[in-house]
Each structure stands twice: as structure tokens, then as C-alpha cells.
Design a protein around this ligand. Structure first.
Ligand code: SF4
Length: 695
């Protein structure tokens, strides 16, 4: 009889693309397998709660479809026909093709392309060291954060805010443009604690009645891309009713009188037809903030994904300044804590070997880049070689038809290092099997909180899987790239980075499991001034000079509004395209991650689009009917779901399903645009006008 296994509980960190970066406790059953995953009780942000999809991580890490061996394409591109190849032969082949491409077109023809499939600072970012050492084309990571971060920084001057745990000490928590019931569940933990312990109100602002809206005391349902109008109307009410904190405004803000004057015409009656939200709801929202100065605005990423997303984020962040909420514990506005970590990434990313003359290509515009549009290539050489890690652009990137055409090019050599045979991996010439987070050492920073956390190797990888760092180092050797970072182990890189960033050593982090980096109250609440030279919060930001890691300006920067406003640059509905479509995240997927696990797929059922029953009736669309959505970028076939929790004229397609889950293989991002959001780029995933017909 087999002896029962001895289960060990080991600490880890969720590596996925979610601001919660949960501290985990993993049941390690033996050297190769795990059991249940739980949230660490003693981590004050995670507080023992994680989402269901990570709790059942065993299903993903031990999935029978994991890639286990290197593969070389033997059939036509995209056919999925591969033959096994040894690691050495695979790496030799990749290196020789990269060197040949470089010899023909110059180093900028190679484009290392990655994203947030892991958020680990070693495994995610190390590809940049290879890029910089080899002078390959740069990568401007625009797809997720740029509009939201820029909009927030435009006001405060810094990407940081009050301790997220303070939500529990608030009298009113406003959860705006994020759905934490699905992902970043800890926001709900702290907001509900405030409700239980203090009788706090929870307000949710979103574009459909999602799980978070259903749990809110006040659900403010708006049309996509109209949050700026809502914010202006709320501020109008605060000024009108005498709840603007005039002392705070005079001391801490740049243009309070201009703002008040400008908002005089931005009443709830003005905002209502724009947002689709009744005047009474806007008034009720403003009254909650008026009655509860200790309001905490938890501003998410979702509403940044519109062509006016940057200005919408800025407008929402302005409300806390008008009310003067910043000075109180449990008050103020928070989006992300990226600025508090002051990393020295020299060793992880090879910052000391950057050549500023090398061009940087826009991640979101991979479709236009790969089909050779000159502006996307910055009028430079074509991309003829790709190394892809931690991302699945054939499924997740906008303008999918172009992305697919690009990947199908015969003159493009593609190496994809992946965990599963994704739709991007299927288009590759060489596929390399990658580890998952419990199979390698890495460390993480919390965007939605303030901890640095460790994710040590807990089990051996299956088959021949190797981690990203191993691939970077092995390729560097073959490509003649040198940097001390290639000579270090992941643990040495973690230790070096911690020490040189002022966060102690790996040994300390290992002993304590996390480092609480929360700045003191005055810094976090800007009580000694906001992070601009004059200390004033900006109602009138200079959009062209908002500090952000961007190599260029993008989109119609010149037209950005001077003061908070509704900026009408979104894809408004027309007679021909009467609906506005948003591609919100599904509860059981995280971008395209988890769309390979049976439980997630079973729970999400099938690709569908939510449509208001009255719109459905007007178009003769039955509940469950097969429909086609279309616009100038393409067409998508999926099933209609009648849903009263959207405004008329709005469609929601929760995502991201694999393209293969759609009848004709065309995924939802066939419909989304790759045109850049001002001022620093980004993809407007929730800003698409479409028509809808029964199939
Ligand atoms: S809530 Fe987010 S960070 Fe936490 S376990 Fe789930 S995906 Fe990971």
C-alpha cells in the first residue's frame, strides 16, 4: 500500500496580471505536484482570500495539455504540425535565424515581445536584458496601463496613493471601473469590512451590472467612455451644494476657481444623456460623497480602455480633491502603487546597455507592425524575427485580422516560449516549453497594495520545461550578447535587485515572506503637497509633459481637454453602427490565461454577448440566438444573451475566449482597434462601435 503523502504548506505569490498579487499558501504534495492553493491569512492585504481560479491552480499546473518538449514546425504556418526537437537544437536554430535576420536587416528587425503572463520581475522583465544587449527593437508596453496611469499621475504627479488597506477605514468606498468580484478580490474584502464595521457605503461605477455592482449599495451604470461626464456632474453638485472643501482647494490645487466656473454647466442634467445614467442616480452618488468626506476612490483600469480613458481617469481622481478627502484616513484616491518601490532594474533588465537610438515599437500595434504599416514600424526595417514570452497576441491584441496576417508571413521567423499551445504558439516556427510560477524562483511587487513578495520554486517542472531566465541566458550565449545578469541565477538577481533598491536581502525576504513598503501617512495622502514642484494637484494638467515612461506622444494629444470634461473622441454609435461594444474580463479567465482549464471553460459556457432585451427585441434577436457583430475591422459570430443590466445601445462580450471557441475562428479582438490612446498609447478595448444581426 502506498504511504500517505506528507503535505507541506509553502508560501508563494500569485504571478498573474491582476493588481492583487495575492500572497499564497500552497499545499505541496511531493516534489512534482500541488494540492489546494489558499490566500495567506497573515498578509494584511490578501487577508486569506483569493479568487477561485487560482485556488484550483492544480488544474492548470498539472493540465494534461501542458507543453513539455521543444517543438519545431513541420507543416504550413499555423497548421499545428510540429515535430520534437532537442533544447540545444531548438536554441541553435532560433539563434541562427535571429543572427541571419540581423545580418540582412540590422538588429532592429528582431522584436522580443512579452507581457504579463507572469508579473515576476526576473522572468517577465529579463527579456529586456537580451533586447538591450543585442540592440533589438524596443517594446513600448501600452496594452494595459498607459491611459489609466497617465490619467492618475496627471492629477497627483505620482503613481501612488493612500494605503489600500485604509478602504476598511472609510465611510464610503467608490469602486470605479473595476470588477473585484471577478479579479483582485481583496478590494471587496476591505470594502465589505468597512461596511460591516463602520456602516460604510459601497458605490460601484461600471458599464454593466457585474458582480461588484450587484453587491454595491449604489450601482452607477454608465455608457462606456462617459466616466468623465459623470465625474464632472458629481463635482458640479459638490460645488453647488457647498461641499467643495475650499480650504483644501486653495492650499492644494492649481485652478479651483477655473474648475468651478467650468463645471457650472456640467450639471447632472447635462451628464445624464451622455452617460445614460438618470439625474437622480448622479445626485445620489454626489450626496454620498458630500455626506462622507472620508470617501476612498478605488479607481480601476477598465475605464481607461477608451479613446478618452486618460481624461476619464483624471476626472474621476479630481473628485477626491474637490471634496478634500485626501487629508483623512480612509479617504483619497488610489489606482496603483507603482511609484513606491524605487527599483534598480539594471541587472534584471540590462538598463546599463540601452542604446537610445534604437526604435521602440508599440505592443498594442503588433498587427500594423507585422503587416508592415510604415508608421507602426517608425518608418524602419520590417520585423522578421520574434521572440514571444508570457503573452498570446493572436488572441489578445487588437485588430486581430492584421495580427493573424502578420504571424502568417512566410518571411517572419517566430519563436514562442509558452506553457500551452496557444493560438500564438501555433503560429510559431519553434515552440519552447515554459515553467509555471511554482516551478521557478521570482519576486513580485503589488500594484494594488504595497508588498514586495517572494515566489520561490516549490516543485520541479514537468517534462523539459525551462524558465524564461534560462532561455534568455542560453540565447545570449549563442547570440554573443554579454551582460552580468546573464551570469546570475534568478535568486542572485532577486538578491542584487533588493539590495540595490534599498529593500534588504533575499534572505530577509525569504524569512519574512514579504516587505511592507507602505509610505507614511503624510506621503501617501500628500498632506505636504502633491508630487509636483509647487505641490498642487493638477485640475489643468499639461498633457504633453505628464511624467510617464513613454518614448513618444500618441493619439490626438493636442485636442485633450484643458479641464476635466467629457472628451467626445470615443467611437460613438451611428445609424450604421448603432451599438457600443466593450470586451470586459470574464470571471473565470484572466485575459487568455485560464481559458485552457476545463472548470473555467465550463463555467463561462461559450462566447456570448450581453444585449438589453429591448434592443434585442428591436433587432429580432432571441435570447441565445446566434448573432454576428461587425464593424470596419471585421465580424465575429457568437451567441446573444438577454441582459437588463446594460444601458440601451451597449453590448458586453466577456472575454477572452480562444479564437477557436468561435464558429469561424475569429475572436472578439477582431473588432477592437489598434489606434493609440492619447497621450502615450494604449488599446481602447471597451470602445468599439458595431452593428449586430442574427446569424
Ligand atoms: S485575485 Fe488576482 S492576484 Fe489574487 S489569486 Fe486571483 S488572479 Fe491572483
Amino acid at each position: 500500500m502506498n504511504k500517505p503523502l506528507r503535505t507541506e504548506l509553502r508560501a508563494s505569490t500569485c504571478p498573474h496580471d491582476c493588481p492583487s498579487t495575492c500572497a499564497l499558501e500552497v499545499e505541496v504534495l511531493d516534489g512534482r505536484s500541488i494540492g489546494r492553493v489558499r490566500g495567506a491569512e497573515d498578509n494584511l492585504y490578501t487577508a486569506g482570500v483569493i479568487c477561485a481560479k487560482v485556488a484550483r491552480y492544480a488544474e492548470r499546473i498539472h493540465h494534461p495539455d501542458r507543453l513539455l518538449h521543444p517543438l519545431r514546425r513541420k507543416g504550413p504556418k499555423g497548421s499545428g504540425e510540429f515535430a520534437p526537437i532537442s533544447w540545444d537544437d531548438a536554441l541553435d536554430l532560433v539563434a541562427s535565424r535571429f543572427l541571419a535576420a540581423e545580418a540582412r536587416h540590422g538588429s532592429e528587425t528582431v522584436w522580443p515581445y512579452y507581457y504579463a503572463g507572469t508579473m515576476g520581475l526576473v522572468m517577465r522583465d529579463g527579456i529586456n536584458r537580451l533586447r538591450h544587449a543585442k540592440k533589438y527593437s524596443g517594446f513600448h508596453s501600452t496594452i494595459c496601463v498607459n491611459p489609466a496611469w497617465t490619467g492618475f499621475i496627471a492629477g497627483t504627479g505620482r503613481l501612488a496613493g493612500p494605503d489600500p488597506r485604509e478602504m476598511a477605514k472609510s465611510d464610503c468606498v467608490v469602486i470605479w471601473g473595476t470588477n473585484p468580484v471577478n479579479t483582485q478580490v481583496n478590494v471587496m474584502t476591505h470594502a465589505i469590512r468597512a461596511r460591516k464595521e463602520r456602516g460604510a457605503k459601497i458605490v460601484a461605477v461600471d458599464i454593466y451590472q457585474n458582480g461588484t455592482m450587484q453587491q454595491a449599495d449604489l450601482a452607477v451604470l454608465v455608457r462606456p467612455g462617459t466616466d468623465g461626464a459623470l465625474a464632472c456632474a458629481v463635482m458640479h453638485c459638490l460645488f453647488r451644494d457647498g461641499f467643495a472643501d475650499r480650504d483644501f482647494l486653495e492650499t492644494y490645487t492649481d485652478a479651483p476657481r477655473e474648475l468651478e466656473e467650468h463645471l457650472a454647466t456640467r450639471s447632472p442634467a447635462w451628464a445624464s444623456p451622455i452617460t445614460g445614467c438618470p439625474v437622480e442616480t448622479i445626485e445620489a452618488f454626489a450626496k454620498l460623497i458630500a455626506d462622507n468626506k472620508r470617501t476612498y476612490f478605488r479607481l480601476g483600469y477598465g475605464f481607461g480602455r477608451s479613446r478618452n480613458g486618460t481624461t476619464n481617469m483624471h476626472a474621476a481622481s479630481c473628485i477626491a480633491a474637490v471634496r478634500g478627502s485626501w487629508t483623512l484616513e480612509g479617504g483619497g484616491a488610489f489606482h496603483n502603487n507603482g511609484a513606491i518601490y524605487h527599483w534598480d532594474k539594471t541587472m534584471t533588465e540590462g538598463l546599463d546597455v540601452i542604446d537610445p537610438a534604437i526604435r521602440t515599437l508599440d505592443q498594442s500595434r503588433i498587427g500594423p507592425v507585422l503587416v508592415g504599416e510604415p508608421d507602426a514600424l517608425i518608418n524602419g526595417v520590417p520585423v522578421t524575427a520574434l521572440l514571444v514570452q508570457n503573452t498570446n497576441p493572436v488572441s489578445v491584441a487588437p485588430e486581430q485580422d492584421k495580427v493573424k496576417r502578420g504571424f502568417a508571413r512566410e518571411d517572419l521567423f517566430t519563436c514562442v516560449h509558452e506553457q500551452f499551445m496557444t493560438e500564438t504558439a501555433k503560429m510559431a516556427d519553434v515552440v519552447l516549453p515554459a515553467t509555471m510560477f511554482m516551478e521557478h524562483d521570482d519576486f513580485y511587487q503589488g500594484g494594488g497594495h504595497q508588498y514586495i513578495q517572494l515566489g520561490p520554486k516549490l516543485i520541479d517542472p514537468p517534462g523539459e520545461c525551462r524558465n524564461n531566465h534560462e532561455v534568455h541566458c542560453a540565447l545570449a550565449k549563442r547570440l554573443g550578447a554579454s551582460h552580468p545578469g546573464f551570469e546570475m541565477t534568478p535568486r542572485e538577481l532577486i538578491d542584487w535587485t533588493l539590495q540595490n533598491s534599498g529593500w534588504g536581502t533575499l534572505a530577509n525576504l525569504e524569512a519574512n515572506r514579504w516587505i511592507d513598503c507602505q509610505p507614511d501617512f503624510d506621503t501617501a495622502h500628500y498632506t505636504k503637497g502633491f508630487a509636483w514642484p509647487d505641490g498642487k494637484f493638477r485640475f489643468k494638467p499639461e498633457w504633453k509633459t505628464v511624467p510617464f515612461r513613454s518614448p513618444w506622444h500618441a493619439g490626438p494629444v493636442e485636442q485633450m481637454p484643458v479641464l476635466p470634461d467629457h472628451w467626445a473622441v470615443i467611437e460613438e454609435a451611428t445609424e450604421e453602427y448603432p451599438f457600443r461594444l466593450a470586451t470586459s474580463p470574464a470571471r473565470n479567465f484572466l485575459n487568455s490565461t485560464f481559458n485552457e482549464t476545463p472548470t473555467s471553460r465550463a463555467r463561462e459556457k461559450r462566447p456570448s454577448v450581453m444585449i438589453h432585451p429591448e434592443d434585442a427585441a428591436a433587432h429580432g434577436i432571441a435570447d441565445g440566438a446566434k448573432v454576428v457583430l461587425g464593424n470596419t475591422r471585421g465580424q465575429v459570430r457568437l451567441h446573444a444573451k438577454h441582459f437588463e443590466g446594460v444601458r440601451r445601445g451597449v453590448l458586453i462580450a466577456e472575454s477572452i475566449w480562444p479564437n477557436s471557441a468561435y464558429e469561424d475562428g475569429r475572436g472578439i479582438n477582431t473588432l477592437t482597434g489598434a489606434d493609440a490612446i492619447a497621450p502615450y498609447g494604449g488599446a481602447a478595448f471597451h470602445d468599439n462601435r458595431v452593428w449586430v444581426r442574427t446569424a
